[in-house]
Design a protein around this ligand. Sequence first.
Ligand SMILES: [Zn+2]
Length: 269
Amino acid sequence: MGSNTSGPRSTSERFHDPDAGVIFQSVDGVKYRIHHKNLECSSNGFPPMELGSNEKEVASLSEESKILDLLFVFMYPEPQPDLEKLSFDVLAALAEAAERYQVFSAMAMCKVHMIANVHQHPLEALSYAARHNYEDVLDKAAVVAIERPIDEVVFALVNTPHAAFAWVRYYEAWRKALERALRRPSSCLSGCNTWSTSCISVLEKLGGRVGSLCEVDKIFSGLGAASCCNYQMKDWRSKVNNARNAIPKFSTFLVDDRAKKLAFGVMTI
Ligand SMILES: [Zn+2]
């Protein structure tokens, strides 16, 4: 499709219509000619638009051509790229570009695919959601990221200090819930000998890891407890579940922080 016969391309094969008045250039030197009306209808954040709207002027963008190739397709009425086939790095970069230039359809599709990636990339999804205020993504990523060491998560949120601070409070809520979960009933009602063996097994699995609260069913299954222990064991399991379910969603800690910022001025860390 391209007119170049060799070497790196200098013009987009897809976006080269001479009637398209806005010219963008990727950081790796590929030019894109985009119709003004498409920019207006499908995006709201191209700051260099005025510069680019002057014929022959070129607006330089900070994205690579492999990202802009995808992004600009979202601004035209044609089949959209299959984001499922992208590597996560390209998806994340596309999501950032979509947010920066407010390409609405790309923003929505990238969000869906970021949610699909929370299990493989919880910290990246958390950071993306914190920067762009997507509470549903935050909450989905947070319950996966809670398995990670607190310093790793805080580091991932370094560009959004309010979210990093909220994470410390969220982690503390999980730690307190674990503390409650570890309070076991003192003995089986019949005073049997197998109670302590079952208890040790549960305590070992709960351990000192807050993420163990996500595995309550696994922790309390296959204990081989004597039937006389069942009532107390069931009671303990239900208390652990209650402790886990009482932990507020991560987004609620952010809402709290925003309210405090409004009340006390801008928070600095
Ligand atoms: Zn017993």
